[in-house]
Design a protein around this ligand. Structure first.
Ligand SMILES: [Zn+2]
Ligand SMILES: [Zn+2]
Length: 149
């Protein structure tokens, strides 16, 4: 989805709602395609006294085998993304500014990268996952190890 912001840039107090569903089911992480559900991007872009700001909340779910017990599990995650928009950057080190040289905001391009960066390196079914016993293969979340029997 590409938003044309030409009008917004010249119209003070104008705002555009953003409600976008982004399909990232083709994104591969270590042989898995964990972003099975569409990513939801909700928010707005607005012009306040000439300052154009994009502010959205991005939520996604990530389904993959747990790093410790290998059971497939889904983790919900979300982050907020706020950037000032400008057609050009005067000061090179402004991380909070997103440039839109032709007034076009390509949501797919921006949020594909942002979601991939946000995915945690560690994937656990729960923070205190006990893992599996290497001796008997028991998932220690489901029951006691049987090695000593
Ligand atoms: Zn686990
Ligand atoms: Zn065991």
């Amino acid at each position: 989805m590409i938003l044309d912001l030409k009008k917004l840039f010249v119209t003070e107090n104008m705002s555009l709602p953003i409600s976008y569903s982004l399909d990232l089911s083709d994104v591969e992480f270590a042989g898995e395609f964990p972003l099975k559900q569409p990513v939801s991007i909700e928010g707005q872009v607005k012009n306040k006294a000439g300052l154009v700001t994009l502010s959205v909340n991005v939520s996604y779910s990530y389904t993959a085998p747990c790093d410790r017990c290998t059971k497939e599990c889904t983790v919900e995650n979300s982050f907020s993304y706020v950037r000032n928009l400008a057609t050009h950057i005067e000061n090179e080190d402004s991380d909070s500014i997103l440039t839109v040289p032709d007034y076009k905001l390509n949501l797919q391009e921006i949020f594909r990268d942002e979601v991939i960066l946000d995915v945690p390196m560690k994937h656990l079914c729960k923070t205190d996952c006990k893992g599996i016993c290497f001796g008997c293969g028991q998932n220690l979340n489901d029951g006691e190890c049987r090695c000593s029997e």
